[in-house]
Design a protein around this ligand. Structure first.
Ligand code: SAH
Length: 487
C-alpha cells in the first residue's frame, strides 16, 4: 500500500518544508510498526522545487488473519486461501488511513512549531495513490474529492494489461492536485475518504468512530454533497452510528446555514446601502447585541442557556470581564461540538477555569443555575413546544433568577423578506413556533410582570420599516436590583 504527498515550491518557499510539516526529516527513511505491519516513510525527491514524501505500508497477512478481519470485502466467509491472498497488501484502504493518521498525527491536526504559517496556509499539493479500490468507480472518486477543491485524475486500472478485453478492475490510479487546501485538510480528506472508497474496514466499527469521523470531517464534511454516502460507508452502514453522526452534522449545518441564508437576505436588503461592504451575518450581529447588553448590565458570571455549539461562549471568553461562563444545553452532541470548538482539552488552566459546559434541560428547575449575574437564551425559546414554555419561564425567571436575562428569537414578520424561504415556512425545521413582534412583546411583558422584571426591546439586524428586524431581542432586568443600582 502506497501513497505519495508532494509539495512544490521555490527558493523563498522551499518544498522541503514538507519535512517540517509532516514532522519527518527528508534525509531519513523511517519505519513505524503498526498492529498490521510496518509503515515506512521516505522521500523519493527533496529539493526546493519539489519534495515528495512516500508512505509505504507493508502489511503482515498473518497479523490480519489473526485479527480476524483480513478478508476482502464481501459477506461470504472467505476461503482459507483468500485470507492470505487478497488485495490488502497493495490496495489503499482503511489500513492505510489508520497508518496515515498514526504516522502523521501532528500534521493531521495542523500542528507545526517549526513552520506554523505554512501549516495554516493553502499549499500547492499533489497526492498520488497508485492503487485505490474504488467502489463506485472513477465517477464517485470525483464526486467525493472535487467538491473539496481537488482536481482529480482517476484512471481505472485494467484487470490485466495483457488481456484488455477483460475490462477494468475495481481499482483506480488516483492523482489529486490542489492549491487551495492546507496539508492538514488534505490528510483529513484522505483519512476519511480512502476507507469510504474501499467500503470495508479492517476493524470493528464502534461508537468512537463517530467521534473520529466528526473530528476528521470538521470544516468539510458538513455540507459535502455526498455527506450521506460518506457517513454511512465510513461507519460501515451501522445504522445507529450513522444516525448519530448525521444528527451532529445537521447541527453544524444548521448553524452554518443560519449565517449564510441570512447573508443572502442581507445582500438583498443591503442593495441600497454600500455595495462594497460585506454584510455582517445575522448570527454575528446577534452575538454582538447580546454581548453589548451583558457588558452594559455589568455582568461577569454568565449562563448561556441552550448554548448549542458554543459560538457565543467562544466570543464571551475573549472578554476578560466575563469571569465565569457556563454553557448549558440539552444536547450532548451539541456540547461535544462546543467542547471541540473551544478546544477545551487544550485550553490553558486560567482560561479553562472561566468556562464550563454542562448538560441540562431548561424545562426543569436546576439549582446549579442559581446565583449568576446574567442568563442568555439566544434562539432557544422557539425550540420548545409552546406548552413547555411556562416550565422554561419558571426555571429561568422564577427559580434561577439572574439579575439580567437576554432573550432573542426570530421575528416571523421578517420572513417575507427572506427570498429563499417559501411563504408560511419557519426558518428551520426544529422551530416549534415563530412570533410576530407583538406576540413576543406580549409574552415578554407578561413574563416580566409575573416575576418582577423590567423589560426593554431591541432590534437585531436591519430594522425594516414595514416588517421589523430579522431577530428580536428582549432585555430583562430584575426590578429590585435596578432600584438598588440606582440608589
Ligand atoms: N444559543 C445558540 C443555539 C440555538 S439552537 C445560538 O444562538 O446559536 C437551540 C439550542 O437549544 C439547541 O442547541 C438545543 O439543543 C437547545 N435546546 C432546546 N431545547 C432545550 C431544552 N429544553 N433545554 C436545554 N437546551 C435546549
Amino acid at each position: 500500500m502506497f501513497l505519495t504527498i508532494s509539495l512544490s515550491g521555490d527558493a523563498a518557499n522551499p518544498a522541503t518544508d514538507l519535512g517540517y510539516l509532516l514532522h519527518k526529516h527528508p534525509g531519513k527513511a523511517q519505519c513505524f510498526s503498526t498492529s498490521y505491519g510496518t509503515a515506512h516513510v521516505f522521500y523519493p525527491e527533496a529539493d526546493d522545487a519539489r519534495c515528495t514524501a512516500a508512505l509505504l505500508l507493508e502489511t503482515d497477512p498473518a497479523a490480519l488473519v489473526r485479527r480476524g478481519k483480513g478478508k476482502g470485502r464481501g459477506g461470504a466467509p472467505d476461503a482459507a486461501l483468500a485470507q492470505y491472498v487478497n488485495d490488502r497488501p497493495y490496495a489503499a484502504s482503511s489500513l492505510l488511513a489508520v497508518a496515515l493518521s498514526g504516522v502523521f498525527s501532528s500534521a493531521m491536526r495542523g500542528v507545526c512549531a517549526a513552520r506554523p504559517e505554512r501549516a495554516a496556509a493553502p499549499l500547492p499539493l499533489r497526492i498520488e495513490v497508485p492503487v485505490l479500490p474504488a467502489r463506485g468507480g472513477a465517477a464517485l472518486v470525483r464526486a467525493l474529492f472535487e467538491p473539496l477543491g481537488w482536481r482529480v485524475a482517476a484512471e481505472p486500472v485494467p484487470l490485466d494489461t495483457e488481456f484488455p478485453q477483460w475490462g477494468d478492475s475495481r481499482y483506480v490510479r488516483l492523482v489529486l492536485a490542489s492549491e487551495t487546501l492546507t496539508l492538514a485538510e488534505a490528510l483529513r480528506h484522505l483519512y476519511v475518504l480512502l476507507p469510504v472508497l474501499d467500503d470495508a474496514k479492517h476493524y470493528w466499527v464502534s461508537a468512537d468512530e463517530v467521534d473520529k469521523l466528526l473530528r476528521a470531517g470538521e470544516g468539510w464534511l458538513p455540507g459535502h454533497p455526498e455527506q450521506q454516502l460518506i457517513t454511512s460507508r465510513y461507519l460501515s452502514r451501522r445504522w445507529s452510528l450513522t444516525r448519530q453522526a448525521r444528527e451532529a452534522l445537521e447541527l453544524v449545518r444548521l448553524a452554518e446555514a443560519d449565517d449564510s441564508e441570512v447573508e443572502a437576505i442581507d445582500n438583498a436588503v443591503g442593495e441600497e446601502t454600500e455595495a462594497e461592504e460585506k454584510p455582517t451575518p445575522l448570527a454575528v450581529r446577534r452575538r454582538e447585541a447580546i454581548i453589548g447588553a451583558l457588558r452594559a448590565a455589568g455582568a461577569a458570571r454568565v449562563l448561556d442557556l441552550g448554548c448549542g455549539q458554543g459560538q457565543l461562549v467562544q466570543e464571551l471568553l475573549k472578554d476578560i470581564r466575563f469571569t465565569e461562563i457556563v454553557g448549558v444545553d440539552v444536547s450532548v452532541r451539541a456540547l461535544t461540538i462546543a467542547a471541540r470548538r473551544l478546544k477545551l482539552d487544550r485550553m490553558g488552566e486560567r482560561q479553562a477555569s472561566r468556562v464550563q459546559l454542562t448538560q441540562g434541560s431548561l424545562a426543569y428547575t436546576d439549582k446549579r443555575l442559581k446565583g449568576y449575574d446574567a442568563a442568555v437564551l439566544s434562539e432557544v425559546i422557539e425550540h420548545l413546544d409552546l406548552p413547555r414554555l411556562p416550565a422554561l419561564e419558571y426555571a429561568v425567571f422564577g427559580h434561577a433568577r439572574p439579575r439580567t436575562v437576554v432573550v432573542t428569537t426570530p421575528n416571523v414578520e421578517y420572513n417575507v423578506r427572506w427570498e429563499t424561504l417559501p411563504a408560511g415556512h419557519v426558518r428551520h425545521g426544529d422551530h416549534r413556533f415563530e412570533w410576530t413582534r407583538a406576540e413576543f412583546r406580549s409574552w415578554a411583558t407578561d413574563v416580566a410582570e409575573r416575576h418582577g422584571y423590567d423589560v426593554e426591546f431591541a432590534p437585531v439586524g436591519p430594522d425594516d420599516p414595514e416588517v421589523g428586524p430579522p431577530t428580536q431581542l428582549a432585555l430583562f432586568t430584575l426590578r429590585a436590583q435596578k432600584e438598588a443600582k440606582a440608589a
